[in-house]
Design a protein around this ligand. Structure first.
Ligand SMILES: *Cc1c(COP(=O)(O)O)cnc(C)c1O
Length: 414
């Protein structure tokens, strides 16, 4: 094979901007929870595409939708209508709350859209604060949050490491400690228009928003006439065992952001906003060339159909607690595990040591996982993963975390 791993990596080093920390694997094929490298080696992937392949790589229904639609038309401009965009929007609204959808191409672009939407609302007569004319624009976001890499998204992100060197940031964001309702309350000013929160922080370390916190936010937003925005880019589309993570708490947002699993691998994002707020964006105020293409919307419809007809939420609810239980047992045996947490198929294992060598050790045993915030191993298995695959993956993980692998004993580094 001409394309050896080293040759591809050498070309990246010469021609591709060095913005990612990459593992030395050249992946060329995927199916379900399995992925193959250019040398033909097979891996089990418990973190397929940062959660993008939430239905597994190349889900057959998504593939059928892609093939079928690409034979008709890939893209039409948003100056016209397409039946699939209408259907995808209708289904997303029916699964969540009464509102309207804007389709973007990525999670960050969904964040950008939400920022523009709530600012425009805050500047409108509708969005005027209590006893005050328009002109509200401030968004209260959370420390340790992650909202993407465009300028507004990094400005919304509550971690300095993602912001450093890119100043001046977009003004109008303040950050408060996650799960601290009083801090949110104290941060509200006459300029505040919205609160932005991930129901479970993903990149921030799988930190779960407490139910009391979410309920308190809803009450506070209602009292102060603020909009509540849930970034469900990572938690949405079944990841946590409900269509959207907010449904566990019953706290409905005013605006919700989706991407990642939404397209089953195809790049597409969405913003859903309650009807009265959505009306704030009028023709000419916001747009994107590719957003809501027939191809992307065909993928969304296939993803929704698969989650429904293949009973994938039920699978997540059956196996999610099983994973947590096994990891809890592991925690009891491994002194450097301090916490195991998560919901459904979104799981974090917090360590007292650097988790990255453990990710490497798993990879040599043909298991792909992620480490975030240096000390949190993160698992986002595909909802279609089989019990046998899950058991094999957990066995490898348990072996790596309990054994001395190639002289790199994790316990010794604790
Ligand atoms: C991944 C992610 C984003 C950014 O999405 P992109 O598609 O990478 O722009 C935003 N918010 C959350 C919660 C995410 O996990």
């Amino acid at each position: 094979m001409a394309q050896s791993t080293n040759r591809v990596i050498a070309h990246y080093e010469r021609y591709v901007m060095n913005t990612y920390t990459r593992s030395p694997l050249v992946l060329t094929k995927g199916k379900g929870s399995r992925v193959w490298d250019v040398e033909g080696r097979e891996y089990l992937d418990l973190f397929p595409g940062w959660g993008v392949s939430g239905l597994g790589y190349n889900h057959p229904w998504v593939m059928t939708a892609l093939r079928g639609q690409s034979g008709r038309v890939i893209h039409i401009s948003n100056n016209y209508y397409h039946p699939l965009q209408a259907q995808a929007a209708k289904q997303l609204v029916e699964l969540s709350f009464d509102g309207k959808v804007f389709f973007s191409n990525s999670g960050a672009e969904a964040v950008e859209t939400a920022v523009k939407l709530v600012r425009r609302w805050g500047h409108s007569a509708n969005g005027a604060g209590i006893g005050q004319a328009g002109g509200r624009y401030e968004i209260i976001a959370m420390q340790q949050s992650f909202h993407g890499r465009t300028m507004a998204a990094v400005s919304a992100t509550g971690q300095s490491k993602h912001r450093q060197g890119f100043e001046p940031l977009v003004p109008g964001f303040v950050h408060v400690p996650f799960n601290d309702l009083e801090a949110v309350r104290r941060a509200v000013t006459l300029k505040t228009v919205a609160v932005l929160v991930e129901p479970i922080q993903g990149e921030g370390g799988v930190n779960i928003a407490g139910e009391a916190f979410l309920k308190g936010l809803r009450t506070l937003c209602d009292e102060q006439k603020l909009l509540l925005i849930f970034d469900e880019v990572q938690t949405g589309m079944g990841r946590t065992g409900t269509w959207f993570a907010y449904q566990h708490s019953g706290v409905e947002p005013d605006v919700m952001l989706l991407a990642k699993t939404l397209g089953g691998g195809f790049p597409i994002g969405a913003v859903i906003a309650k009807r009265a707020i959505a009306e704030t964006l009028t023709p000419g105020t916001h747009a994107t060339t590719y957003g809501g293409s027939p191809l992307g919307c065909a993928c969304i419809l296939a993803v929704i159909e698969a989650i429904k007809k293949q009973a994938l939420l039920e699978r997540v609810n059956r196996f999610g607690p099983y994973i947590l239980k096994r990891l809890e047992k592991l925690k009891a045996r491994v002194p450097f595990i301090t916490d195991v947490r998560g919901r459904g198929f979104m799981i974090g294992i917090e360590l007292t040591i650097d988790g990255r060598p453990l990710v490497d050790a798993c990879r040599t045993k043909r298991l792909l996982i992620n480490c975030t915030q240096e000390r949190v191993l993160r698992l986002l298995p595909a909802m279609t993963i089989t019990k046998a695959q899950l058991d094999r993956a957990l066995q490898i993980l348990e072996d790596v975390l309990t054994h001395d692998e190639a002289g790199a004993m994790p316990a010794a580094r604790a």
